[in-house]
Design a protein. Structure first.
Length: 461
């Protein structure tokens, strides 16, 4: 009989935030260049409509015109706008090069507001690339500039706080992330004319934080509100709508409302492919998440090609050591485990663990999730000492990062208790089970249900 894969955590992936775009009026030096201004405005309009390839063409034309006129700030602004679209389309190397050139121009010809916007979206790019420490530095600089130039309650300050929150969440700094999101939401909701898409972006990320902390009811409220706001503002085919659909679908999956989750997941893939192309990392996100759902439903043969596709897209986009690969490797390892291919599963987990430790640090909850899965493999192989070592490290990480009442920790405690019973350490096993029961009770679950359900899979942007 194949091992029950629901005792191991599956890894769900999400895009790293939605890009914000600060819109500036034409610099004074080119205020009379109507054609440049029209090209920039046209590109911004196309971008808002999700027509990114056309937007890139307009911004490239604006950049060509500004460069030919030898106007440094107009050139920097055009580079910034073009970089935004390149970033959305997954051309990260081009986006990074444009941000670097635009930053250099703003350093030579000071334009604080433009510099703040460039730093903000370059920080988001670093986040996509898994360079979270570097991203945190740039986001902090951007926040300082926006607060100094625009005051503490400006929408651009809220945009930057959202980025700060997302980066801190990726680093496992949950209190700092929550503080940033609460400040951002307060700024947005107190505005005389609230930016509904801005409110939706903050709610979407706040919901992810609530989900990560195991606060599922609060997360559902945030996700549903964000989805409604985006649908009203963007229509039914915009890629940003797909991001909210994926997150709400993941929440339904965790609650075992599989038909609702499947409807949302399957709807996002064609939407993202149409807007961004079939090889975009956000398509990989959606494919991976649908594969996780199929695993939950026991449809492992249908899940594997989705994981393989996600892995291929990520490797082409980011290389073989990017943090997004870790979750897909973990999911493929689950299938190998189900088929008793334990050495293959162990190899995948060890590769994923090395990636996680390198990108998010050795004490991040995602590392704990990978250790929990690896320990299960060791148990299947009767390597109980290795399994115990991995469980204890995972438990320690979860207790420090998310607290003693988190459902992920409860799942690991129950797995560890099963190992202790296997080696006839029944008293210690009972202690672990009691701790797990207490943690699950805080989330309205009971012991018997928890031993059968999935362990509230880890989500990542």
């Amino acid at each position: 009989m194949a091992p029950n894969p629901t005792k191991q955590k599956r890894s769900v992936r999400f895009a790293v935030g939605i890009l914000g775009c600060s819109v500036f009026g034409p610099p004074a030096s080119m205020a009379q260049d109507a054609e440049w201004g029209q090209l920039l405005a046209q590109g911004q309009q196309l971008q808002a409509q999700g027509r990114y390839a056309e937007a890139a063409s307009s911004f490239q034309s604006a950049l060509d015109r500004a460069s030919a006129s030898s106007q440094p700030l107009e050139t920097a602004q055009s580079m910034y706008q073009l970089a935004l679209v390149k970033q959305v389309l997954g051309d990260y190397s081009s986006a990074g090069a444009l941000y670097e050139k635009a930053t250099a121009l703003c350093e030579q010809h000071p334009a604080p507001r433009l510099m703040g916007a460039i730093l903000l979206n370059n920080a988001r790019l670093y986040g996509v690339e898994g360079k979270f420490e570097e991203a945190a530095v740039l986001a902090g600089k951007s926040l300082e500039i926006h607060q100094a130039q625009l005051g503490p309650n400006h929408p651009s300050v809220a945009d930057t706080l959202d980025a700060v929150g997302w980066i801190q969440l990726r680093l496992g700094h949950y209190q700092q992330a929550e503080s940033a999101y609460v400040q951002s939401l307060a700024i947005r909701e107190k505005a005389k004319t609230p930016d509904q898409l801005g409110v939706a972006a903050t709610l979407n990320d706040l919901g992810f934080l609530q989900y990560s902390l195991g606060h599922y009811q609060e997360a559902e409220v945030s996700y549903r509100r964000a989805l409604a706001l985006r649908h009203a503002a963007l229509g039914s085919n915009h890629p940003d709508l797909a991001d909210s659909m994926l997150r709400l679908g993941e929440l339904y999956r965790v609650k075992h409302q599989f038909s609702k989750a499947e409807q949302l997941f399957e709807g996002t893939i064609p939407m993202l492919q149409a807007a961004l192309g079939p090889e975009h990392p956000r398509v990989a996100n959606a494919s991976n998440n649908l594969g996780v759902l199929y695993c939950d439903e026991g449809r492992l043969e249908e899940a594997r090609p989705l994981f393989d596709r996600a892995l291929d897209i990520y490797e082409k986009a980011f290389g073989k050591d990017h943090y997004q690969l870790a979750g897909v490797l973990s999911n493929l390892a689950l299938i190998e485990t189900n088929q008793h291919a334990y050495q293959n599963a162990e190899s995948a987990y060890l590769r994923a663990l090395a990636i996680e430790e390198k990108t998010v640090g050795p004490d991040h909850p995602e590392v704990a999730a990978m250790l929990n899965n690896l320990a299960q493999i060791y148990c299947f192989e009767s390597r109980y000492a290795d399994a115990e070592k991995a469980y204890l490290r995972a438990i320690g990480i979860w207790e420090q990062s998310v607290g003693a009442a988190h459902p992920d920790l409860a799942g690991c405690l129950l797995n560890y208790a099963a190992l202790l019973r296997k080696v006839h350490r029944k008293k210690e096993a009972a202690e672990m089970e009691a701790r797990a029961k207490q943690a699950l009770a805080a989330h309205g679950q009971n012991y018997s249900a928890a031993t059968l359900v999935d362990w509230h899979e880890l989500q990542r942007h």
